[in-house]
Ligand binder design. Sequence first.
Ligand SMILES: Nc1ncnc2c1ncn2[C@@H]1O[C@H](COP(=O)(O)OP(=O)(O)OP(=O)(O)O)[C@@H](O)[C@H]1O
Length: 303
Amino acid sequence: MTEATLEIDRLSKRYGELVALNEMTFDVRSGELFGFVGSNGAGKTTTMRIAMGVLATDSGEVRWQGRPVDFDTRRKIGYMPSERGLYPKMKVHDQLVYLGELHGMVAADARRAADEWTERLGLAERRKDEVQKLSLGNQQRVQLAAALIHDPEVLILDEPFSGLDPMAVDVMSSVLREKASAGAPVIFSSHQLELVERFCDRVGIIRSGEMVACGTVDELRGDAALRIRIDVPSAQPGWNDAIAGVRLIEQTGSVHVVELSPGVDDQRLLAAALATGPVREFSPHRPALTELFRNVVSQEVAQ
Ligand SMILES: Nc1ncnc2c1ncn2[C@@H]1O[C@H](COP(=O)(O)OP(=O)(O)OP(=O)(O)O)[C@@H](O)[C@H]1O
């Protein structure tokens, strides 16, 4: 394990009978953008709150640079809670300076950082406004500034993109990428799977408090069964029935997406397709993260 890694090691958490986390384990490496996804109630917020130390774990450990996260280490983490944690009546700039000082910055440094981040995040005109007078999207920008003000070594962000307009998504994305490029591990939760797929280096899909798939989107695809997209305009229904291990997933007009069981020879399928007449398309179908996610969720239902 490299030193600059945030390790989430077998975290378990119960609320009475409810198992919120069951040995949740993964790591986020230096310079990496890690997308943390899962259904509502899967355990994302619980994991992040434990990692930040605002919630106690029943068992397991969170480590940063090989050492358990403690009070001092926590000051090196930038955290954006899902419930948002700003003081509504405090002015934007004052609030950021105050939060910077809480993290141990001297006032002049905190003021300079508040100037820089409000500028960078498009809030320069709003510095003297009370937070409660800002739109939700702008409050979220302030929340991001609050997570960044003390130049943290690690970023843990709970749904930072929810409710942002496309311009704000771009600003948020470039800031997070910049922090990762500077060496920080960046973990964020999101239900916007297209964005996660486009943006993250690795993705962790959790289900019922456990990590069930973790890796690059390509690696996650590697675990999925091979799917092929075939356009056979002259085919009659049942044209592929003779080949065992081929399952029709969807059909739109003459375009079929089929799934092949392990060991099924795709060339036999191609021969069957050619036997129907012209074949306009025959290509591996690369499932999007949304589809991979649905597969994981449907396994949950099937269990
Ligand atoms: N304080 C609490 N008391 C009891 N149960 C709780 C508490 N906090 C969370 N839970 C439960 O723990 C489970 C995990 O919740 P958590 O908020 O971590 O999920 P999540 O993945 O962040 O969900 P979402 O995508 O909806 O934000 C859920 O079943 C939730 O109802």
